[in-house]
Ligand binder design. Structure first.
Ligand SMILES: NC(=O)c1ccc[n+]([C@@H]2O[C@H](COP(=O)([O-])OP(=O)(O)OC[C@H]3O[C@@H](n4cnc5c(N)ncnc54)[C@H](O)[C@@H]3O)[C@@H](O)[C@H]2O)c1
Ligand SMILES: O=C(O)[C@H](O)CO
Length: 385
């Protein structure tokens, strides 16, 4: 039986380089980025939310030069093999995280792997901050109560939560997003910072020190930072812990039963990184046993599912992986992903600065470069001087 033909929308039908996007993406700049360098762009418009590997193999077909894919897809040997066979040599995730991509497999097939760092830093940090506040101040529980018609009048004991000001925020993974989130919590709520990362977060340290001096000069209590030598140190000391590491072997189930037990009984835990960083089954048990402990989760171990029991717990705020969902960021992610593919197909070098803003300007032409290629070194791609 012939495989079912998946619906696609075509832009610039006469283009000589065929680029596939496995999903419609926001904005139009990303399409212009590709069509302006001679690509025919095919966008899969199937209503199915997550395409299977077989679906994507059939979309790649016999001739495909590059693909933009999504974090829900399993980009391993099968897909990179199919892309290579179709003549392709460029792939980009429309995401900064690339734990869904087997980069070594891509490299073996000579295919570049792009990602979209930077453009989602502040948007993601803002959602982590929103989850922190929602959990600490019990916003969702109180909203449910109100809508259920249960509010009979102000009470001294109604939905009492945690004050953030002057408390300690713990960051595990103080990279771009972890640092941006920490700054928001320091500047917004005068929180002290304790962080754990494999590397020193120099920018964050400098910011907290300078802000602490400023507060002191105003006669206010200064804020402080400390770099912890282990995740355990952070978990024991912090009132709020937010997780922002990459997902890899070193961070899988980084938060488990034993480490949850180290946390304060009324702490707040936020995860806007990747679901498997937390052992979600252990978390459900911990939430049940500790009603004052609260979590804000954007990501889940087995997306789109939650572990049994999580959805019934009022001390958990849960949202469906929307941390990067602002219009500017999502359009920017699409543009960076398209530029990663276009640049590789045109043989342009790799951008060497962490500042990706020049690619997002809708008026000035984008630099002739690939914003971020993970396996650039392994493929010996040249970078901008
Ligand atoms: N929920 C969302 O929608 C969303 C949005 C954007 C990013 N993310 C996730 O957030 C992650 C971080 O993004 P970023 O742009 O800040 O990346 P980044 O590379 O700037 O930061 C990641 C940090 O994790 C640290 N790290 C690595 N291994 C660690 C370990 N074992 N223990 C502690 N720290 C460790 C790294 O040293 C680095 O500083 C992404 O990889 C992605 O998975 C999720
Ligand atoms: O890794 C990413 O970019 C995010 O999870 C997308 O929201």
């Amino acid at each position: 039986m012939a495989a079912k033909q998946l619906a696609v929308q075509v832009h610039n039908a006469g283009g000589t380089l065929r680029v596939l996007s496995t999903k419609p993406m926001p904005g139009t700049q990303w399409i212009k980025t590709l069509t302006s360098v001679g690509c025919r762009v095919e966008v899969c418009t199937e209503p199915k939310v997550i395409l299977s590997t077989d679906d994507i193999v059939s979309l790649i077909g016999n001739k495909c030069d590059g693909v933009i894919g999504q974090l829900t897809e399993d980009w391993g040997d099968t897909l990179f093999g199919a892309l290579k066979k179709a003549g392709g040599h460029a792939y980009s995730n429309m995401a900064v995280g690339y734990n869904n991509v087997d980069v070594d497999a891509a490299t073996r097939h000579g295919i570049s792997v792009g990602n979209t760092p930077g453009v989602l830093t502040e948007t993601t940090a803002e959602l982590a901050a929103a989850l922190t506040l929602a959990a600490a101040r019990r916003v969702v529980e109180a909203d449910d109560f109100m809508r259920a018609g249960k509010y009979e009048g102000w009470l001294p004991t109604l939905f009492v939560g945690n004050l953030l000001k002057g408390q300690t925020v713990g960051i595990i993974g103080a990279g771009r997003i972890g640092t941006a989130y920490a700054r928001m919590m320091v500047e917004g709520f005068k929180m002290n910072v304790i962080y754990y990362d494999l590397y020193q977060a120099t920018r964050l340290e400098k910011f907290v020190s300078a802000y602490g001096q400023f507060l002191e000069s105003q006669g206010e209590t200064p804020v402080h930072w400390r770099r912890a030598s282990s995740p355990e140190d952070v978990l024991k000391e912090a009132d709020v812990v937010s997780l922002h590491p990459v997902l890899d072997k070193t961070t899988y189930h980084l938060i488990n039963k034993e480490r949850l037990a180290l946390m304060k009984k009324d702490a707040v835990l936020v995860n806007a990184s990747r679901g498997p960083v937390v052992d979600e089954t252990a978390l459900v048990e911990h939430l049940k046993a500790n009603p004052m402990f609260r979590v804000g989760l954007d990501v889940f171990e087995d997306e789109p599912y939650m572990k049994p029991g999580l959805g019934e717990l009022s001390n958990a705020v849960v949202v469906p992986h929307i941390a990067s969902a602002s219009k500017w960021t999502r359009e920017g992610m699409a543009t960076l992903a398209a530029q990663n593919v276009a640049a590789k197909l045109k043989g342009w070098p790799v951008w060497s600065s962490p500042n990706v803003e020049p690619f997002l300007d809708e008026i000035k032409p984008a630099p002739k470069a690939a914003p971020s290629i993970i396996n650039a070194k392994a493929l010996c791609l040249s970078s901008m001087p």
